[in-house]
Each structure stands twice: as C-alpha cells, then as structure tokens.
Design a binder for this molecule. Structure first.
Ligand SMILES: Cc1cc2nc3c(=O)[nH]c(=O)nc-3n(C[C@H](O)[C@H](O)[C@H](O)COP(=O)(O)OP(=O)(O)OC[C@H]3O[C@@H](n4cnc5c(N)ncnc54)[C@H](O)[C@@H]3O)c2cc1C
Length: 304
C-alpha cells in the first residue's frame, strides 16, 4: 500500500484531534525543535496502541514513540512514518494503600501533586522533571538522589509484535538513565509504583525545596531538553563544560546555558543541526582537555 493510501485508511479510524498529518515536532518537544512527522497519533488505550503497532507491521511503516518530548532532539528533516505520542490521552490514576497505578501518559508533575495529596513519600524528586511516567521509566529519570528505579514495582508494556507483557522491577534492568525499554522498543502503557506513607507537609516542603533549587540553577526560562550529556564516572558534565570555558558558546541559535553548562538552550529558531554541531564542539573540547568521553543523554530521533 502506498503512503497516501495507508494515511487515508488510518485517518478514517481516529478523530481529527488525535490524528495529525505533517505535524511539526517542534510543538511536541521541550526544545521546540524538530521537522514534521508524517503522522502523529495520540492513542487513548492499549487496544489502540496494539492496533497501531499491527498496522505499522502489516504495512511496513516506521513507528516512533514519544512522551512529552522533554528528552528528545528531533532532526530538522522530521520523522518518517507514525509518531505515537503517549501523553495526556492516557493519564488514568488510582491508589491502593501505598501503591500507585498510573497510565504512562500522566505527567510527572501532575502525578507528584496527586501523590502528595495522598501523603505518600518517595516521589518528591520527580516533581520538577518535565516528562511523562512512560518517558521517565524508559530513561530511569532521577534527581536529588532519587530515581524511578527505587519506586517502580512493575510495568505493563506492549511489545513491537503487539503483545501485552507485565514486567517486574528486576526485569526492567534500570541503570543510570537507562532501562530495558531503550533496547527492546516496547511501549509502556501503565505502571505500578510503590511508595511509603509520610507526612503531607513534609512532602510539600521537600518538593518546594527541590523546585526552588531547580529554578535557581537550571534555565527554565528557555526551551531545552534538560542535561545534554550523561554524568561521566567521577565527573559532572556541566562542570567539565564550564571549565572548558564553553558557557555561553553559541552555534546558530543554540547556546550553552549561562546558568548551567550542562544544558543547551534554544534562543529561538535553533535547528537540530545547530544543537548537534554544538554538542560535537563540546565533546571535542572536553576530550582534548580532560580525556573524558561525553555521552549524549538526549535521544536523537528522525530522518538524518
Ligand atoms: C528543564 C528540564 C529539566 C530536566 N530535568 C531532568 C532531571 O532532573 N532528571 C532527569 O532524569 N531528566 C530530566 N530531564 C529530561 C526529561 O524530562 C526526562 O528524561 C523525562 O523522563 C523524559 O520524559 P518524556 O515523557 O518527555 O519522554 P520523551 O522525551 O518523549 O522520550 C524519551 C525516551 O522515552 C521513550 N518513551 C517515552 N514514552 C514512552 C512510553 N510510554 N513507552 C516507551 N518508550 C517511551 C521515547 O521513545 C524516548 O526514547 C529534564 C528535561 C528538561 C527539559
């Protein structure tokens, strides 16, 4: 089936607000960078996810999964095939004692607020991370000594063959900013977190403190995708970059943040190519000066 036909066939099956053709990915990434996706679909259930996967397999269409796009650099030439966005259309949430049952598209910030209302402790670290639960589990997101690994009980995924799996915590193979999902490409649809009972006021104070620290130390006023590089063993990427004199260094409209050298910010109109060139410059300088190899934390996706 040619592209025009599969597009039309699939379009008939989704309401217009959840099926977008030629969708600019700059509207779905915190960096506000990225060319157009052929199609972007926002599923509402596992059944729809399975349907999309089977459709892609049958017609040989490339499939890309995203959450809130807060750890992504999308190439300027856009994304071929279908982008499946697991976001606000999948955000159901339930509590049972210390267990939290949530769909993968819920935002960490919203989840943190609800968890705080239930006086459950252990999720404070995640409240300022601007992603979804699915993205945070895929990346094993963490901050201030906490990480998703410490609170995950199990998660439910759909495999690339369209099969539903329940994955226990150890089988998620969560390490520093990594998980099995990065290798298998499975799609997380929901997860169970295990927290502890705590004092609501104390949880609120810790969360507020983390927020204050973020707002003073990180460039929340400009579009970015968070820390660009992983923490190399024994070092801090931001400190190495700053010590190379690269704070404020610019390529096109992409700039090494003046506030936190571990971040690259979009000063308005930056391209993926600007960011990649700047990343390469940073890696070269840090390698030359410190013999440290920086590894990207950002996930770079799309047509090269
Ligand atoms: C200002 C700022 C601050 C940040 N601070 C932190 C921080 O303190 N700590 C930290 O760890 N990160 C931080 N980040 C990075 C980012 O927010 C996290 O990595 C976040 O967990 C990504 O979630 P997301 O939903 O945006 O995922 P996306 O960026 O959309 O995707 C990231 C990866 O997850 C995959 N993915 C997303 N959803 C699913 C799903 N449902 N099933 C399977 N795969 C999926 C994607 O394919 C991709 O490979 C920050 C980013 C910004 C912009």
């Amino acid at each position: 089936m040619n592209k025009a036909r599969w597009l039309t066939k699939l379009e008939e099956q989704f309401p217009a607000e959840r099926f977008r053709r030629n969708e600019p990915m700059s509207q779905h990434t915190s960096f506000q960078i990225g060319g157009k996706a052929d199609v972007l679909i926002m599923p509402t259930s596992k059944q729809e996810i399975i349907h999309i996967i089977r459709f892609c397999n049958k017609h040989n269409i490339p499939l890309t999964v995203i959450g809130k796009g807060s750890n992504l650099l999308v190439m300027d030439a856009g994304i071929e095939g279908i982008v499946m966005k697991i976001g606000s259309c999948m955000k159901a949430l339930q509590f049972s004692d210390e267990y939290v049952y949530a769909e993968a598209g819920i935002s960490l910030n919203c989840l943190a607020k609800k968890i705080q209302e239930m006086s459950l402790v252990g999720f404070e670290f995640a409240s300022g991370i601007p992603g979804t639960l699915g993205g945070a589990l895929t990346m094993n997101a963490g901050a201030y000594g906490g990480e998703m690994k410490n609170i995950l009980s199990e998660c439910t995924t759909v495999s690339l063959e369209g099969k539903i799996n329940t994955i226990d915590h150890p089988d998620m193979k969560m390490g520093y900013r990594s998980s099995r999902i990065q290798a298998t490409g499975e799609i997380i649809v929901e997860a169970v977190l295990k927290l502890q009972r705590g004092d609501r006021e104390e949880i609120k104070n810790i969360t507020n403190d983390y927020w204050k620290r973020r707002l003073t130390k990180q460039p929340y006023d400009l579009p970015s995708a968070g820390s660009v590089f992983k923490r190399p063993e024994g070092f801090f990427a931001g400190k190495l970059i700053e010590d190379c004199g690269l704070k404020g260094c610019t390529v096109g409209r992409a700039k090494v943040s003046e506030l936190h050298a571990g971040f690259i910010v979009n000063m308005g109109g930056a391209t993926a190519s600007d960011v990649l060139t700047l990343m390469e410059m940073i890696k070269n300088k840090v390698r030359e000066k410190y013999e440290v190899e920086l590894e990207s934390e950002l996930r770079v996706i799309g047509r090269s």
